[in-house]
Design a protein around this ligand. Structure first.
Ligand SMILES: [Zn+2]
Length: 408
């Protein structure tokens, strides 16, 4: 028999139970605020003594607060509890292809100061990390933030990430190679730091606050410089042992397509990303194809707008992209049977021509029982670039590992 089964790591298990119970109580308080300890015990199915102990710890670290006195029917007074979210500050960051976005939120989700900075070319990940740390330092020492305690920092990035270890495995844009980015930031500021893949964190954000809030299983597909997805099953983002599930960008869409940096030919990413679409329209116009958009005003927003307004060239290229995407999404639907598909990225501004094509493909290539109930809709949150990183902090709170580390 496995040694681990005979002698379980009792201390680690107890710690996990403690974290889980704290997180459950915090979630109950957040959902039912203001709520008495008696009610918390009823809803969470925990013993009143445990509730008293855990809520005392949560109060000591400043995560919850006593808010008011309720007069019960018997005339006895019960003290209610509520999250102290407005007073907990976090910094949410998106490290984009050329742009660094930094924002301040409180834990209630109110966004405060935010800033976007163009990223100058950096030769090494150490140089990029120094730049990043320098910009975070400037941001948190601004007059409105300098006196605030920052409880956590989170950062999202495109590419392969191990959020459990805080490591960037690789990205198409930057020279990270299994680089402990979260640890470097945490060391610089002595603030708990989390990192995650941007698309998977956006899927999580939609699940907490957006289009999939009341839905258990969903898949978000994001089309930007690349193509990625985030799979939510049972209200949790799928990560697995290797931490990266949903890299649909390297599914082959066109065997006769262009070479991808991954070594494959005609990947979804080389066929339908914003860059691919922009290049296809440029090439078609250079080859003499007619379009209403001026060749000196060629950008991705103009292309999708022209497609929405009936420009034939832009429509046919967008439609082809939607075909490729629809085919890959159909595979995901057959595999995972989600309740909703969320599409994110500028491509959704092409409107019906895009959505109708994707939906038609899904309908023709998936089980009727799956597609009859499936909703295919646009992202509600992708315009807020840092909301994905904010969701990562919420996840850390709900899973308990940040709850233990916050001191307000
Ligand atoms: Zn590829």
């Amino acid at each position: 028999m496995d040694k681990q089964n005979i002698m379980p790591d009792t201390i680690a298990n107890l710690e996990q139970v403690k974290q889980k119970n704290s997180a459950n109580i915090y979630k109950v308080i957040e959902q039912y605020k203001p709520i008495s300890r008696v009610e918390i015990a009823k809803i969470s199915n925990l013993a009143p003594a445990s509730v008293t102990k855990i809520t005392r710890q949560l109060m000591e670290s400043g995560l919850i607060t006593e808010v008011e006195l309720q007069v019960s029917t018997g005339g006895r007074r019960a003290i209610s509890l509520a999250p102290n979210s407005d007073n907990i500050n976090i910094i949410a960051i998106k490290l984009g292809q050329n742009l660094l976005s930094i924002a301040h939120y409180n834990l209630s989700g109110d966004k405060g100061l935010n800033k976007q900075i163009t990223i100058p070319k950096k030769e090494s990940c150490e140089m990029l990390t120094d730049f990043l740390i320098g910009e975070i330092a400037k941001f948190i020492t601004q007059p409105t933030l300098i006196n605030e305690k920052i409880s956590a920092i989170s950062l999202t990035i495109s590419g392969l990430v191990n959020p459990k270890q805080g490591v960037v495995i690789s990205t198409p844009t930057y020279p990270f190679d299994h680089f402990p980015l979260a640890n470097e930031i945490e060391k610089a500021f002595n603030i708990p730091t989390f990192i995650g893949n941007h698309t998977r964190c956006l899927a999580l954000a939609e699940n907490y606050f957006g289009a999939t809030k009341h839905c258990q299983d969903s898949i978000l597909i994001s089309v930007h410089h690349g193509v990625g997805s985030g799979v939510i099953i049972d209200n949790k983002v799928l990560l697995g042992k290797n931490c990266n599930i949903g890299e649909i960008g390297h599914i082959q869409a066109n065997p006769l397509g262009k070479a991808c940096y991954c070594g494959n030919i005609g990947c979804l990413e080389t066929e339908v990303s914003d860059t691919a679409i922009l290049n296809k329209v440029k090439e078609a116009i250079s080859a003499g194809k007619k379009s209403a958009i001026e060749s000196d005003n060629l950008n991705i927003n103009a292309i999708y707008l022209a497609a929405a307004n009936g420009d034939q060239l832009c429509q046919s290229i967008t439609e082809q992209a939607a075909n490729y995407l629809g085919k890959s999404i159909a595979i995901l639907v057959n595999l995972l049977n989600p309740e909703k598909i969320i599409l994110a990225g500028k491509i959704i501004t092409a409107g019906d021509i895009f959505f109708d094509t994707v939906k038609a493909y899904i309908k023709s290539q998936t089980l009727p029982d799956f597609n009859n109930k499936l909703e295919v809709i646009g992202s509600e949150l992708s315009s807020d670039i840092t909301i994905a990183a904010f969701a990562l902090i919420k996840q850390a709170i709900y899973e308990g590992n940040l709850l233990q580390r916050i001191k307000v």
